[in-house]
Design a protein. Structure first.
Length: 269
């Protein structure tokens, strides 16, 4: 007795169309959701920087745009400008054209956000001095003051604070412009490389992270400016150089602990 081999039944044409249309619809929805989520995350980053930045620096802070992939965690901040503290001439203390970020996507659901890498290319700083003061020094003081005790937390800070860990931070190919107008000088800035920021502490708040990064950046700005000022000479250059030295000494006091008082000279017998 022979067996009849049955061919698999071909789905009707209308079912094929439904299957194709359904697949295409799901694909379009998935793409749309991804684009929407990417835009949504970018908007959160942008609004967060523009909202928290002025509180940290006590100056105008503006981020023009931000993108962040919800799957890879790779993103870019575009057009970040930080205004000068009160009493200085230039509009901005520094400008960052692009900041590239690589973070662990699902770390946003943990107790701290883990950032694998932050890379800043070709930052632009303006360094102004007035004898024993500078705009960058004042900006660093503002950031330090935002960390100080005794401040009443804002309503949105009463909740559990955001904590960040940065495994690698790189700022390179930067420029420092000393002074304003036709007499301004521009010098290359030493690269800044930091690792494992906030790892030992279990995360840093945005204010703590900003201070940890800015103190190293400030040292680089002072170094570049001091190099430029040694080439100027004359009364103006000497006065500005003294200002840079004073800022450098202030930085040592902030980052290296309090300076021990010198012993009193021994009286002659």
């Amino acid at each position: 007795m022979s067996r009849t081999t049955r061919c698999p039944r071909t789905p009707p044409a209308h079912l094929k169309k439904i299957l194709i249309y359904g697949t295409l619809t799901l694909l379009i929805i998935a793409i749309g959701a991804y684009i929407t989520l990417q835009f949504f995350l970018g908007s959160i980053v942008k609004s967060g920087v523009n909202r928290m930045g002025p509180d940290i620096t006590q100056t105008k802070v503006e981020l023009k745009a931000a993108t962040l992939s919800p799957l890879s965690g790779i993103g870019t901040l575009t057009g970040l400008s930080v205004g000068n503290p009160a009493g200085w001439t230039a509009e901005n203390a520094f400008y960052l054209g692009q900041v590239h970020i690589n973070l662990e996507p699902f770390s946003v659901f943990r107790d701290h956000i883990e950032i694998n890498e932050i890379i800043i290319e070709q930052p632009e700083f303006v360094y102004e001095t007035k004898l024993v003061a500078s705009n960058i020094g004042d900006l660093l003081k503002n950031i330090e003051a935002s960390l100080g005790p005794g401040k009443e937390p804002a309503k949105d800070e009463a909740r559990k604070p955001i904590k960040l860990v940065v495994k690698k931070f790189v700022m390179r190919n930067g420029r420092v412009t000393l002074g304003i107008g036709t007499a301004a000088m521009t010098m290359p800035m030493p690269a800044v490389e930091l690792t494992n920021l906030g790892v030992a502490e279990g995360g840093l708040t945005p204010k703590q992270l900003a201070f940890a990064i800015m103190r190293s950046v400030t040292t680089g700005v002072v170094a570049a400016s001091t190099q430029a000022l040694t080439k100027v000479g004359g009364t103006t250059g000497a006065a500005a150089l003294e200002g840079a030295k004073q800022v450098g000494e202030a930085l040592k006091g902030i980052f290296g602990g309090k300076k021990q008082p010198e012993p009193a000279p021994k009286s002659s017998p």
